[in-house]
Ligand binder design. Structure first.
Ligand SMILES: *[C@@H]1O[C@H](CO)[C@@H](O)[C@H](O)[C@H]1NC(C)=O
Ligand SMILES: *[C@@H]1O[C@H](CO)[C@@H](O)[C@H](O)[C@H]1NC(C)=O
Ligand SMILES: *[C@@H]1O[C@H](CO)[C@@H](O)[C@H](O)[C@H]1NC(C)=O
Ligand SMILES: *[C@@H]1O[C@H](CO)[C@@H](O)[C@H](O)[C@H]1NC(C)=O
Length: 365
């Protein structure tokens, strides 16, 4: 808990101010400010926000089969690594833009879809391009290239000036980084951790992350929302790998996540301070604390199982190992995790609820 108080004191001032002001403005946590002028939501990152881009490339990790999507609209397995919606889907309907955010690479995507928001995220990707290359996912610089392609299509349709105005009023959401540490640094082949210290690797990942935020800014993005790392030591697959060393969460990974989050917050508040006069709203979203609370106080939060997934044994299965032949729990909403790595729709919804004050701050003028 010492680390959590250190975490609090390093929160950017801006974040504290925004939450404090909004507490008085927002009547109930579910009341969306009616004067928001958001035109679209664009999403970048990994499986926590990928609605199915990996379906359309030769990626190793996909999730477009049962039981993924079993509680989604029309019970469709879209490629989302969960039983239902992602937190970004809940944000889109809360903001009043669309019910769910589609994948940019879906060949049926229309110009209208692009105008209201799409996701460029790719499961198993990370800020470090090496992470994505391990499973042929779409690395972050490539996701930015796809966004630029889309921007060109908008310019051809509505002109440069209106496109610029549109992008200025759009919200950009980024959720990545876990795979850089869990798949690449600590468990990849060859092991990055033999050649670079964890602190240096955090800085390397942060540099790549800055490249994305700056790239989006250069394309005209002004409202940029970045999720920090989750308590990655509490992921069931991680607990399984380290079962000889740990009973509950593997806290070594959580410490690394919190140290990275501190650096990320500093970076984002530096950017915000530097760019405030140009209309920036660049904010950090803490998902560590809400998820840590859900997992460690699971009974209070309405869950029965915090440490294994609903699919299969819940200890190792993800992607192709979570399939029709795997056993399945009867009620996914009683589980924090749907497979051995990814949260259930219920957990994504709880995280969404915890970040509403920040969303309100970003979507109002
Ligand atoms: C669900 O099915 C209905 C009827 O076929 C269709 O109109 C709707 O677009 C589908 N929704 C999604 C999100 O796939
Ligand atoms: C695209 O739309 C066609 C016609 O509605 C449909 O048959 C096809 O399955 C869709 N493709 C995808 C990838 O959703
Ligand atoms: C669990 O709940 C208690 C009581 O509400 C709280 O003090 C503690 O911080 C929570 N634990 C986590 C990890 O959030
Ligand atoms: C938006 O609504 C909030 C809450 O009612 C209000 O405080 C704020 O001044 C409004 N902003 C604009 C630009 O109208």
């Amino acid at each position: 808990m010492a680390s959590s108080s250190a975490h609090m004191t390093s929160l950017p001032l801006l974040f504290l101010i925004s939450v404090t002001c909004l507490a008085s403005m927002v009547q109930s946590s579910q009341t969306r400010p009616m004067n928001n002028t958001v035109s679209a939501i664009y999403v970048f990152g990994d499986s926590t926000v990928d609605p199915g881009n990996n379906n359309y490339i030769k990626a190793l990790f996909k999730a477009n089969w049962y039981p993924y999507g079993k509680d989604f609209i029309n019970h469709t397995a879209t490629g989302r690594f969960t039983n239902g919606k992602l937190a970004t889907d809940f944000i889109a309907s809360y903001v009043g833009i669309k019910e769910v955010i589609p994948a940019y690479l879906d060949p049926n995507i229309t110009l209208e879809d692009m105008m209201s928001g799409v996701a460029f995220a790719s499961a198993a990707s990370g800020y470090d391009p090496v992470t994505a290359s391990m499973s042929n996912a779409i690395h972050v610089p490539k996701q930015l290239d796809y966004f630029k392609d889309m921007k060109t299509k908008l310019e051809q349709s509505i002109g440069e000036e209106r496109t610029q105005e549109h992008i200025k009023k759009s919200v950009f959401i980024i959720s990545a980084g876990t795979n850089d540490f869990v798949l690449n640094y600590f468990n990849g082949v060859p092991l990055r951790r033999y050649s670079i210290s964890v602190s240096d690797y955090q800085n390397l990942v942060l540099d790549q992350a800055k490249g994305l935020y700056q790239g989006l800014w250069d394309e005209g993005a002004r409202k940029i929302v970045v999720a920090g790392l989750p308590p990655m030591g509490c992921v069931p697959a991680v607990i399984t790998i380290h079962s000889s060393k740990t009973q509950g969460c593997y806290e070594d990974y959580n410490t690394v996540a919190q140290a990275f989050n501190d650096k990320l917050q500093d970076e984002l508040s530096n950017m915000q301070n530097k760019l405030a006069s140009d209309g920036a709203k660049i904010v950090y979203i803490d998902i560590f604390k809400p998820l840590d609370d859900i997992i460690k106080n699971y009974t209070k939060n309405g869950y029965d199982v915090p440490d294994s997934g609903c699919c299969g044994t819940g200890l190792i299965e993800t992607s192709f190992m979570c399939n029709r032949a795997a056993s399945l729990c009867t009620d996914a909403s009683k589980y924090v995790f749907f497979d051995s790595i990814h949260p259930t729709e219920k957990a994504y919804h709880d995280v969404f609820e915890s970040i509403i004050p920040v969303i309100n701050y970003v979507i109002t003028n």
